[in-house]
Design a protein around this ligand. Structure first.
Ligand SMILES: Cc1cc2nc3c(=O)[nH]c(=O)nc-3n(C[C@H](O)[C@H](O)[C@H](O)COP(=O)(O)OP(=O)(O)OC[C@H]3O[C@@H](n4cnc5c(N)ncnc54)[C@H](O)[C@@H]3O)c2cc1C
Length: 469
C-alpha cells in the first residue's frame, strides 16, 4: 500500500518525463523477482518499460526480433535513412514531440517530395490537367473533374463528422458499422469510383473496412493526426534512444509462445524454452501476432474474438535509389498514383530538384497479390511496372529494399483496421485488462493515431500496473 502510494505520487509528477530517468528506490532492488514482464519492444513496450523502470519496478522486456522498434524501421544504409515503417509525426502528437525533445532528437520536415502528380489509370499515363477529358476517365459526368486520388476524401467529406474520435463506437453511429463499400453505394458512388478508391485504399478493401472506422480516421486527421515531421536521421533513432535507457532490461530474440496468468504469477514461455514469472504482464504485440501465442488462465470471450479476428492492413513497398545522379538530372521528379501493382510512387528530390529516391507503396488487395509472389517476383513485378510507366528511369534506378509488412512474422500487417461489425463489438474490448494481463499498442488507443497511440497506450498500461502492484 505504502509502495503503491509512493509510485502513484511519482507517476503524477511531470518530473518523470522531463528528467528521463529517476534512480531506482532502494526498496525496489531488495526484491529479486520480476514485477512486470513487457512483451514487445516497439514504441508501446519501450515506453511502458522506461516508465516502470524509472519508478523502480523490476521490469523485463521480451522482444522477438533481433532489433527494437517494431513497425518503426529506418533504412540506415541509405542516404537520409528513408522510412520503411512509420513516417509522419503529426502536428497533434504531443507525447511523441515531448519525448523527442527530452531524448535530444530534433524533428525535421519529412523530406523533399515531388509535388507533381501523374496518374496511371486503365494502363494509360495521364497528366492531372488532362484527366477530366481523358478517354480512360470512366467516371460519371458529375465526378469527371475529381482526380482519382481525391475521390475517397471527397466522398467521405460529405458524410457525418464525429465530435470526438471516440464517438465512433457509440450507439449513435452503430448504423455506420457496415462495409464502406455498402455505405458508398448508398451514396450513389459509381462502380468506377469504387474501383479507383479500392485500388489505393489504406485498408484491406472497401468491403473489408467498416465505414465507422473510415470516419474515425478522418476525424483523427481533422484534429491534427498527421503532419510533416520525422526524427532527424530516421525515426528508428527514437526507439533506439528509448532502448539505450533500458540497458539490462531488454532481451531480444525472445519469441514469446505461451502466457499463463491463472496463478499467483504470470508465467511467460519463449520458443527457446526459457520461462519467466512476474506479478503482471503488459502485452504490446499486435493482435495479428498474439493469436499465435498460447494464452491460458482465462480470457473473456470478446477479448478472444478481438485477438483472433483483428484485421491488419497489408502494406508492401519496393524502394528504389537512383544509380547515377548525372543520368537523371534532366528528369522531372514525379509522384505516381496508379490503379495497378505499382500502387503509389513517392519521389524524393535533392535541393537541385534532382530525383534521388522512389518508394512504391502498395496497399490492400494489390499488396496481398504481391505478397502471394516470392519477394524476387514481387520486386520484378513492381520494377517492370515502374519501367513501363516511367520509361525514362529504365536502367537508372536500383532496388534497395523490399518490405512486406504482412509477411513479417512479428507484425503481420501494417496497422489495425476494423471490419464491418467490429467497431461496435470489438473496439470496447481491445484495451481491457484480463486478470494480470494488460494490453498496450497502437490497436488499444483510439484518441490518437499510429505512433502517438502506441506511446500513449504504453504509458496508460504502465499506470494500470502501478495501481495494482
Ligand atoms: C508502413 C507503415 C507506415 C506507417 N506510417 C505511420 C505514420 O506515418 N505515422 C504514424 O504515427 N504511424 C505510422 N505507422 C504506424 C506505427 O508504426 C505504429 O502504430 C507503431 O509503431 C506501433 O507501435 P507498437 O509498439 O504498438 O507496435 P510494434 O511496433 O508492432 O511493436 C510490437 C513489438 O512486438 C514484437 N513481437 C511481436 N510478436 C512477438 C512475440 N511473439 N514475442 C515477442 N515479441 C513479439 C514485435 O517484434 C514488435 O517489436 C505506420 C506503420 C507502417 C507499418
Amino acid at each position: 500500500m505504502q509502495r503503491r502510494q509512493i509510485v502513484k505520487g511519482l507517476a503524477a509528477s511531470s518530473l518523470l518525463l522531463a528528467a528521463g530517468g529517476v534512480s531506482a528506490p532502494l526498496w525496489a532492488t531488495s526484491d529479486t523477482s520480476l514485477d512486470v514482464i513487457i512483451i514487445g519492444a516497439g514504441l508501446a513496450g519501450l515506453t511502458s518499460a522506461e516508465y516502470l523502470k524509472n519508478l523502480g519496478y523490476k521490469v523485463l522486456l521480451l522482444e522477438a526480433r533481433d532489433r527494437v522498434g517494431g513497425r518503426i524501421l529506418s533504412l540506415n544504409t541509405q542516404p537520409n535513412s528513408p522510412e520503411a515503417g512509420a513516417l509522419q509525426i503529426g502536428q497533434g502528437y504531443g507525447m511523441m514531440r515531448t519525448f523527442a525533445q527530452r531524448l535530444g532528437l530534433p524533428l525535421v520536415p519529412l523530406g523533399n517530395y515531388a509535388t507533381q502528380n501523374i496518374f496511371v489509370i486503365n494502363g494509360q499515363r495521364i497528366q492531372a490537367a488532362d484527366w477530366p477529358t481523358h478517354g480512360s476517365n470512366h467516371l460519371p459526368e458529375a465526378d469527371k473533374h475529381t482526380l482519382p486520388s481525391s475521390l475517397y476524401f471527397q466522398a467521405l467529406g460529405k458524410g457525418p463528422q464525429y465530435a470526438l474520435p471516440s464517438d465512433w463506437a457509440s450507439e449513435k453511429y452503430a448504423h455506420l458499422d457496415i462495409p464502406l463499400r455498402q455505405y458508398f453505394k448508398q451514396q450513389n458512388l459509381s462502380d468506377e469510383a469504387l474501383r479507383l478508391i479500392d485500388s489505393n485504399l489504406n485498408a484491406l478493401s472497401l468491403q473489408g473496412l467498416s465505414a465507422a472506422d473510415a470516419f474515425y480516421r478522418l476525424s483523427l486527421a481533422r484534429i491534427g493526426g498527421r503532419g510533416a515531421h520525422r526524427i532527424e536521421g530516421g525515426n528508428s533513432r527514437f526507439t533506439q534512444a528509448l532502448a539505450s535507457n533500458l540497458q539490462g532490461v531488454i532481451n531480444t530474440k525472445k519469441v514469446v509462445s505461451r502466457i499463463n496468468h491463472g496463478g499467483e504469477k504470470v508465467i511467460v514461455g519463449c520458443e527457446d524454452g526459457s520461462e519467466y514469472r512476474a506479478k503482471r504482464t503488459i502485452i504490446t504485440t499486435p493482435f495479428s501476432t498474439l493469436k499465435d501465442v498460447e494464452l491460458t488462465g482465462g480470457i473473456r470471450a470478446f477479448k478472444h474474438r478481438a485477438i483472433n479476428e483483428a484485421v491488419y492492413t497489408p502494406v508492401t513497398q519496393v524502394h528504389f535509389a537512383v544509380k547515377k545522379q548525372a543520368d537523371v538530372a534532366a528528369l522531372e521528379a514525379t509522384n505516381l498514383w496508379t490503379d495497378n501493382a505499382l500502387g503509389r510512387v513517392f519521389s524524393q528530390m535533392n535541393n537541385k530538384g534532382q530525383l534521388t529516391y522512389l518508394t512504391s507503396w502498395v496497399n490492400g488487395k494489390q499488396a496481398q497479390a504481391l505478397d502471394n509472389l516470392s519477394a524476387k517476383d514481387a520486386i520484378a513485378t513492381v520494377s517492370a511496372a515502374l519501367a513501363k510507366y516511367c520509361p525514362a528511369l529504365k536502367g537508372k534506378v536500383e532496388v534497395v529494399h523490399h518490405q512486406s509488412w504482412s509477411s513479417e512474422r512479428f507484425s503481420k500487417g501494417a496497422y489495425i483496421q476494423f471490419a464491418p461489425g467490429q467497431v461496435q463489438t470489438l473496439v470496447p474490448h481491445m484495451a481491457c485488462i484480463e486478470g494480470r494481463l494488460h494490453f498496450a499498442g497502437e490497436h488499444t488507443e483510439f484518441m490518437y493515431s499510429g505512433m502517438e497511440s502506441a506511446i500513449v497506450s504504453g504509458l496508460r498500461a504502465a499506470q494500470e500496473v502501478t495501481e495494482r502492484l
